[in-house]
Design a protein around this ligand. Sequence first.
Ligand SMILES: C[S@@+](CC[C@H](N)C(=O)[O-])C[C@H]1O[C@@H](n2cnc3c(N)ncnc32)[C@H](O)[C@@H]1O
Length: 391
Amino acid sequence: MTSVVDHRRDLASALVAAGTVRSPWLRRAFEDTPRERFVPRFYRSVSGHEALVDGTDPQQHQEWLRGVYTDEALTVQLTPAPDLAYGAGAPTSSSSMPTVMAGMLEALDLQPGHRVLEIGTGTGYNAALLCHRVGAHNVVSVELDPALADAARQALADVGLFPAVHAGDGTAGLATAAPFDRIIATAATDHIPPAWISQLTPGGIIIVDLRGSLAGSLLRLTALDPDIVEGTFQDLPGAFMPMRTRVDSPHRDGESWDQVFDQRNPQRTTTPVDPGLIADNPSLRFMAQLHLAGRRLRGFLRPLSGTELSGRSTDGSWFTARLHPDNDGLFPVAQGGPRRLWDTIESCYALWQRLGEPNAAQFGVTAYDDTALQHVWFDNPDSQYQWPLPL
Ligand SMILES: C[S@@+](CC[C@H](N)C(=O)[O-])C[C@H]1O[C@@H](n2cnc3c(N)ncnc32)[C@H](O)[C@@H]1O
C-alpha cells in the first residue's frame, strides 16, 4: 500500500515532470505539505450526482487518499441553488487543482519575506504552500465564508502554521495588513478590485483568474504606479469558482436565474457560422465574453442537447442555434429579448478570425484603482482593440 509520504512525493514529481513546478522550493512545499489534512472529505461527481468521499470512513479511506493526491480540483462544499439545475447544490469551495496552484505560485515569483495576500482561503492548503516560501507571519488569507475560514485556520494550526486567516469579502483586500508584495486570488473575478491595486507595493504582482461567464484565464498584473496595474494573460487556463458576495448563494453577485424568457415571436435567421465550432473553442469563448461584457450568461456556447446550442443572459436575451445545417448548408438561429446574442457572437467570430484566431495569452489588461478605468486589450496596451471591464 502506498504511504501518504509516497503519495505526496509522487504528486510533486509528476508536477516537476510536467514542467509545472520549476522552483526547488515549490517542489519541497508540495512534498512537505499534507493535502490530506486540509481535505478530510470531498465530493466526487458520479453519473451527474455529487457523492461524498470521506477519509474517516474505512471503506472509503483508500479512494479518498488517492483522490487527495490526484492532480484534480476537489470540491469540498456545495451550496443549494434552487434556480439552477444542480441536485445537491453548486460547488462553492474546493481545493484547487495542484497543476493550477503550481502555475500560479510560479507566476507569482515569490521571494522569502514577501508579504502575501491570498483571496479565497478555502481549505487552507494553498495558504500552507505560501507559508512554506515566505513564512506564515507574512501570509494573510481572506475567506468569505466564516465556517470555511475557521476550518482552514484549524487545519493550518494542526500542521503548525499560523497565518492570518480573516473572514470577509476579499474584494476589499485587507487594509489593516497592507501593503502586500503579492496578491493571489483563488476565486475568479470579473474586474480588478480597486482595493487590491491600492494595497499593492510598487512593482508588486497580482495573479487572478479573470472571467466572465464563458471562460477564465489567469492574468498576471504588475504595479506600474500606485494606482495602476498592467499585465498579460498567462498560458494557463483559469477554472476558479467566481467570487461571491453572499455566503448562502453560489451566484457571483446575488444574480438569479429565475426570470422568464419571452420566446414568443423570435427573430429567425440562418448563419453560415457552425455553432458547434464556437461551442468548444476556449479561445473563442474567451473573446466572446469580452464582446458580451457585463452580461451574465448561462448554458452559453455549450450544447444542451444533441441538436442545439443555446444561450440565455440575465437581461432576458436568448438564442438557440441548430447544430446541423439545412439543405443550403446554413444553420437556423432563433433569438429574442433585448439583445441579439447570436449576432454578437457571430461578429466576434469574424473579428477573431481577422485577428488570426488569438488565444487568451495574446490579450492583456490595464487597470486603474477605479473600476471605470479598467480594460482588456489585444496584443498591446495601445491597441485599437479594447474591451471594458467588468466582464
Ligand atoms: C477554489 S476555492 C479556494 C481554494 C483555496 N485557496 C485552497 O487552497 O483550498 C475558492 C474560495 O473562494 C471563496 N470566496 C468566494 N468569494 C469570495 C470573496 N468575495 N471573498 C473571499 N473569498 C471568497 C470561496 O468561499 C471558496 O472557499
